[in-house]
Write a new protein. Structure first.
Length: 381
């Protein structure tokens, strides 16, 4: 089951699915178990065109839309969620530069990021800071040579592969700035990647900033929070799309197993209403998630702010992924717990975005704040 799309996007979905099945899927288990960045997987995803899809042709893109990106990313995620995650920060930094960067920054970096020639990191999280920008301790000091950054970041995906990073640092006691950093600077130092439950192929690493000289500000000197919020909207949509892809694949695996595993000569999926109920509930949640994803993508294509919609998409898609993978485990029984079946990996991947890139509880708070703000504006409160 899946959302019905307009003909051109149905064609895109079919093309991406076919190519991902040939080039991405064979690498999924190896990257998951090896917990190391895979140049082969990056090349496969780049060849599919994910980095180019949401950008205009003038920037080297496909002239597509965020809606097209969502459709394609969902298909890649069905075959390899970590593969679908690979181009995310690169796209996010390119989008941020187009919104807030200088013409020189755009000219130097955007074509390289859009083509996938260069990789970018989004360096926000710190050892003692998760989703709260007020806890950022990395400092930016203005010097005769430019802005120098001192501090530490944690869990920075692709820090070891990135050519450029967008680093958030405090410019005063009350303000943040966003800084573009060329990672060839020797003061940019990365540590060993953490071994994690899932998505280890992104190699999330600690980064030490020992007086890194920033290439320049992105946005105003005190505008880092606004830059971060704009970029995170796309990041949340990306995370939600990957979760929807995980849910879709789990349902496919569970349904196929339910039709081939028999009990006294009858497939368990046709014999037991309990199994049908599990699958039906998860399928409904997945369809709802995909519908919200497309709505959010359409709003972003119209350059609208989507704080509540993006956070809601994270919540709804994350719940769909958990429901679908849990249902798949119950349908497949003990076999689903073995590494011989993809269900085991999908179950681990489904919980990744519950705690990564903004925990679930933070998304709930964001939605509630938007709801309360609307109620206050209505005059009924």
């Amino acid at each position: 089951m899946r959302i019905r799309l307009e003909p051109e996007l149905e064609a895109l979905r079919a093309a991406v699915d076919g190519q991902a099945a040939r080039t991405v899927a064979p690498l999924a288990e190896k990257v998951d178990r090896g917990q190391a960045f895979s140049p082969e997987l990056w090349a496969a995803v780049r060849d599919i065109g994910l980095t180019r899809l949401p950008f205009a042709e003038e920037h080297g893109g496909e002239g597509g839309t965020v809606r097209a990106y969502v459709v394609a990313t969902r298909e890649v995620a069905r075959h390899s969620p970590v593969g679908a995650l690979y181009p995310g920060t690169t796209i996010q930094v390119a989008m941020t530069l187009l919104q807030h960067g200088t013409p020189e920054q755009v000219a130097r970096w955007v074509p390289r990021l859009v083509s996938g020639e260069s990789v970018a990191s989004w360096a926000f999280t710190e050892p003692a800071t998760g989703s709260d920008p007020r806890q950022i301790t990395t400092r930016a000091e203005r010097t005769d040579a430019g802005w120098r950054l001192t501090g530490a970041k944690q869990f920075i995906s692709f820090a070891g592969q990135a050519d450029v990073a967008l680093v958030f640092a405090r410019t005063s006691e009350t303000a943040l700035g966003a800084f573009l950093v060329d990672t060839t600077d020797p003061a940019w130092s990365v540590g060993e990647p953490s071994e994690v439950l899932s998505m280890g192929g992104t190699e999330a690493r600690p980064v030490a900033l020992d007086g890194v000289l920033a290439e320049g500000l992105v946005g105003p000197v005190d505008g880092g929070f606004d830059v971060m919020i704009a970029g995170e909207a796309f990041g949340k949509l990306r995370a939600a799309t990957i979760s929807a892809g995980i849910a879709a694949r789990a349902l496919e695996e569970a349904s196929a197993y339910a039709l081939t595993r028999e009990h006294r000569g009858t497939p368990i999926g046709r014999k037991f209403p309990t199994i049908q109920a599990l699958l039906g509930k998860a399928a409904a949640s997945t369809l709802a998630a995909e519908s919200l994803l497309l709505t959010c993508a359409d709003l972003l294509d119209r350059k609208q702010s989507v704080p509540a919609e993006a956070a809601s998409a994270r919540l709804v898609s994350g719940r769909a992924a958990r429901e679908a993978t849990e249902a798949a485990l119950h349908v497949c029984g003990a076999y689903g717990l073995t590494k011989d079946m993809v269900v085991e990996r999908l179950y681990r991947e489904a919980v990744f975005f519950d705690v990564s890139q903004g925990v679930t509880e933070i998304q709930q708070v964001i939605v509630a704040r938007e709801l309360l703000a609307e109620a206050a504006k209505s005059g009924r409160a």
